[in-house]
Design a protein around this ligand. Sequence first.
Ligand SMILES: [Zn+2]
Length: 558
Amino acid sequence: MSKKQQNLRIIPLGGLAEVGRNMMLIEYQRKILIIDMGFRLPEEDMPGIDYIIPNISYLKGREKNILGIVFTHGHYDHIGAVPYLIEKIGNPPLFTSKLSRGIILKRQGDFPYQPKLAISEVKDGSKINLGPFEIEFFRINHNIPDNLGLFIKTPIGNILHTSDFKFDQNPINDLPTNFERLKEIGRREILILMSDSTGAEEVGHSLSEKEIFKNLEEIFKRAPGRIIAATFASLINRIQQIIILSEKYQRKVAIEGYSMKTNAEIAKVLGYLESKKGTLIKTKEIGNYHDSKITILCTGAQGEGQAVLMRIANREHPFIRLKKGDTAIFSSSVIPGNERTVQIMKDEILRQKAQVFHYKMMDIHAGGHGQVEELKEMIKIMKPRFFLPIHGQYSMLVRHGGIAKSLGIPEKNVVIAENGQIINLNQKRIFIEEKSIPSYYVMVDGLGIGDVGEVVLRDRQMLARDGMFVIVAVVDRQTGKVKGSPDIISRGFVYLRESKELLAQTRKKVIEIVDRTAGSGGAINWSYIKDEIRNKIGGFFFTKTKRRPMILPVIIEV
Ligand SMILES: [Zn+2]
């Protein structure tokens, strides 16, 4: 053997704890294939953050080795980061199904300075060759149409990536799971199975889309007035079910929220969403119909500040005000940490006399993912040598790993990895490299990408919690003494008029600190003085008020 055998490397990336859901890298002899490029919504304690996108610093300097990106499906947690990252990695070729392609292209169009995407359409059975990888796509059910699993042939062995999936024999507007095709793939010697773990902590079998439809119908049957159904903009199946039910109960449907409206339009144009002529109306027209003939479909089931349901609940929506007789349907939160916001919104809706149905299946991750029985079935069909649970929080991965072991996969062949870890494998063994790649999350706010670091976030948290306190001191450069009395501006910390005593003490302390640290004569270290003010006044405030406002010392030299 002249050439040293190189292992295959698999690297999950993405925001926060969900392993590999947003992005994964497959690397062989430095050639890199990327699977998905999505984002995650922020948690409650990240003020002003819009999205969390995968950290791609590993790809810096490796752009020419990137062969392309394959997308499994059109959910934003799998495609949403494209406009933020694609240019940075050299705009490589993209491959995905018709609907996912439509959604990706539409989103890219919202970012006018972004490059044109080279995005090819693939479907069930398509094969593409990218360097050492041959990728074959196969159809698999989820809660969005046109979802594709991946069979990847590599020089080391075959990889199977399930995408997000469930087995559904009664889907809506989609074909049932093709078990014959899956079994045929399972006979090709799968070296490693990477399988969706979202449902690993739920026993039994996921609900079929038809059952979810029946549950929703119960709500439609009893709703006396308008129905306001909040779900995710890319949860096309739920949007379809609401439209079908509205038609069945002679309701018109107004779709509110830019992203949901555009996704629905794309899905309709491409034939993945059906509605009768006249069903969809503009929100402005809802007043032309009786309340019992109206459905409003909107975003914001998670309590996102800018989303439609939140604006309706806060009476900030231009046309829609809640009233008695209204029925709001929304999901439980997908993101642990957003429960409080959702609870506040729910209370606000109830205060306005509407009724609320908290229906878990409106959640993007509920209902769309195989549960224990399906996960077992997948492992039995694919009979992999190695098993890597992906797409889930750590506890779900551990549970999924346990399922694999219970089916006879040896413990040493099951790997529970975290984002940024490098999984190495060859025909004989699988292991995690000691060194990880950077995977701390990158935040996007309205203004930019990644320039919101953890420091900025901490500042925002501090401002939101304890307010800010600006101290302006005029200091004589010659003497190093404060001239006059320092000015104080306080926001969100204490009410100035009621805190005269505290402020007087603060002024006195500032003068003392400057006098002591500036000394007399010679160069004055202004940044040291500012640090001293920040630390000493910070400690003083904490002993007096038990709060830590952000302190901004401003020193004007004269
Ligand atoms: Zn999904």
